[in-house]
Ligand binder design. Structure first.
Ligand SMILES: *[C@@H]1O[C@H](CO)[C@@H](O)[C@H](O)[C@H]1NC(C)=O
Ligand SMILES: *[C@@H]1O[C@H](CO)[C@@H](O)[C@H](O)[C@H]1NC(C)=O
Ligand SMILES: *[C@@H]1O[C@H](CO)[C@@H](O)[C@H](O)[C@H]1NC(C)=O
Ligand SMILES: *[C@@H]1O[C@H](CO)[C@@H](O)[C@H](O)[C@H]1NC(C)=O
Ligand SMILES: *[C@@H]1O[C@H](CO)[C@@H](O)[C@H](O)[C@H]1NC(C)=O
Ligand SMILES: *[C@@H]1O[C@H](CO)[C@@H](O)[C@H](O)[C@H]1NC(C)=O
Ligand SMILES: *[C@@H]1O[C@H](CO)[C@@H](O)[C@H](O)[C@H]1NC(C)=O
Ligand SMILES: *[C@@H]1O[C@H](CO)[C@@H](O)[C@H](O)[C@H]1NC(C)=O
Ligand SMILES: *[C@@H]1O[C@H](CO)[C@@H](O)[C@H](O)[C@H]1NC(C)=O
Length: 427
């Protein structure tokens, strides 16, 4: 009886203490490191203290694990996550020195700041990092070797949103691309948009470099990296790919047939990539594909395939290609389609009545093709439509009544119908 009570009291104490531990109380040493960090950083801020609103919660008298914005701790009060994105940090990265003493960090986000200096060395002192994000933070120059030693990295984002010729950008020269990713075999997400891959050889061998080092890769984004083609077959080894973003490179190559075998692909974005030859029909019917953008590849040819009912496409843009042939009536199977842009092709035939089954459709652009016949009255069923362009075809007949009625009440509606060719009238 007594021992039973003792045991239950013990249990109670254990439970209690473990529930305290889950909360994680800030360790003094960690708090001081964070305060040094705040003290040493410069902010562009309109607030009086000069410290952005978010970081005013970093106060000596409160628990850094519970009430400091952007700080995450483990059960024993060590800081394991730090999110300083969008904090208007300006100036040199020297002020980050105390960051590298937060040696338990697993996640670090410094994205969307304005450092205007190089990425500091010291990242190899954060061996537990799994997520590192320096996107759009105006860091410039050579990417430091220390990042290539973060062997637990799952996600690395060093991307910039756009190329600015007046600015230096991040560069991969020494270490080069191969050295950067050589030991990062756990990576699932890699974003290097606008990073200058200095070596022409590496710009051509990117597929081999990633496929030999990053078997677990799911998300790869390399916008405007001056990559060149053709697409090496080793890319097909990246079975787990779910998002591939490659806009604004010049591959001057064909889309390989094996793209149609990435069974987990949800995003394929190849805008303005200098693609030519035929679009493999299999990519239109990838089972999980939601977002397909092949726009601005004027040498890319092909025709639209039959679409099956289990197709997941939500966004389909093939603006400015050389696609010929009709729009198949099976287009009506794309029940989840929200945006459909086929403009500036050589699509012929009539607009199928089944297009009225695309009940989620918000944007429809069929302009600058060779479509003939009447505008189908089924367009009137498209309740979510807020952009419709049918101009520069040879369409005729009335604009469906229901549609016209909906339009007039919708101030944001942009409608361009057959302004140049054809004979239509608004009922
Ligand atoms: C950071 O701030 C601490 C005091 O808060 C100071 O001792 C240290 O030298 C500073 N480090 C840098 C790199 O500015
Ligand atoms: C990096 O941080 C920015 C800003 O929070 C975010 O938009 C972006 O998705 C992050 N990148 C990754 C790979 O998570
Ligand atoms: C892409 O990057 C190159 C430099 O590598 C630059 O000249 C070009 O303007 C960029 N293109 C776009 C659309 O940003
Ligand atoms: C990867 O790590 C091994 C062992 O630490 C090292 O010898 C090698 O140089 C590294 N490779 C790259 C490309 O950094
Ligand atoms: C990329 O880096 C190389 C080598 O450092 C340099 O010559 C070139 O001008 C850089 N390109 C851009 C667009 O900055
Ligand atoms: C595809 O995704 C599913 C679900 O996320 C996952 O179980 C499967 O392993 C993935 N396939 C590959 C080849 O990565
Ligand atoms: C793309 O590369 C090809 C072959 O190298 C070249 O002929 C073409 O001019 C390039 N296109 C652009 C837009 O740079
Ligand atoms: C539009 O009409 C002009 C003449 O008015 C003609 O030259 C052009 O081929 C027509 N375009 C289409 C797509 O029918
Ligand atoms: C447009 O269609 C009408 C009737 O179908 C046809 O007579 C005319 O030749 C066509 N015009 C063009 C430019 O294709």
């Amino acid at each position: 009886m007594f021992s039973c009570l003792v045991i239950s009291v013990l249990c109670f104490l254990l439970l209690c203490s473990s529930s305290w531990a889950v909360e994680g109380q800030c360790l003094d040493e960690q708090r001081h490191l964070l305060l040094h960090l705040k003290h040493n950083l410069s902010f562009f801020s309109s607030s009086e203290s000069g410290v952005p609103v978010g970081l005013s919660s970093w106060d000596l008298n409160t628990d850094c694990c519970r009430s400091w914005e952007g700080v995450e701790c483990n059960q024993i009060g060590e800081v394991i996550g730090l999110d300083l994105s969008f904090k208007s940090i300006v100036g040199s990265t020297d002020g980050l020195a105390s960051l590298f003493r937060l040696s338990h960090l697993q996640g670090l986000n410094l994205g969307y700041n304005h450092f205007n200096s190089v990425i500091p060395s010291g990242f190899d002192r954060l061996p537990h990092l799994t997520h590192l994000n320096l996107s759009n933070s105006y860091v410039v120059g050579q990417i430091p070797i220390g990042i290539s030693r973060l062997m637990r990295l799952v996600s690395l984002d060093l991307s910039a949103n756009f190329f600015d010729p007046r600015k230096n950008h991040l560069k991969l020269e020494n270490p080069n691309l191969r050295m950067l990713v050589g030991n990062l075999s756990e990576l699932r997400e890699l974003r290097l948009d606008v990073v200058n891959i200095s070596s022409h050889k590496e710009r051509n061998e990117w597929a081999q470099i990633f496929s030999s080092s990053l078997p677990k890769l799911q998300v790869l984004s390399l916008l405007n990296c001056s990559l060149s083609g053709p697409f090496h077959s080793s890319l097909s080894k990246l079975h787990s790919l779910s998002e591939l973003w490659l806009a604004l490179n010049n591959f001057s190559a064909e889309i390989p047939e094996f793209f149609g075998s990435f069974s987990n692909l949800t995003v394929l974005e190849l805008v303005d990539c200098g693609l030519k030859g035929n679009v493999p029909q299999s990519i239109f019917t990838l089972p999980k594909l939601q977002y397909l953008d092949l726009s601005y590849n004027p040498l890319l040819e092909g025709s639209l395939p039959e679409f099956s009912q289990d197709n997941s496409l939500q966004y389909l843009s093939i603006l400015d290609l050389s696609v010929t042939g009709p729009i198949p009536s099976s287009i009506g199977n794309l029940k989840q389609l929200e945006s459909f842009d086929l403009s500036q092709n050589q699509i012929s035939g009539s607009v199928p009545f089944e297009i009225g089954k695309l009940s989620e459709l918000e944007t429809l652009d069929l302009s600058n093709n060779q479509l003939v016949g009447e505008i189908p009255s089924s367009l009137g069923f498209l309740n979510h439509l807020n952009y419709l362009d049918l101009s520069f075809n040879n369409l005729s007949g009335p604009v469906p009544r229901i549609l016209a009625k909906e339009f007039s009440s919708m101030y944001s509606f942009i409608m361009k119908i057959n302004i140049i060719n054809g004979t239509t009238s608004l009922l």
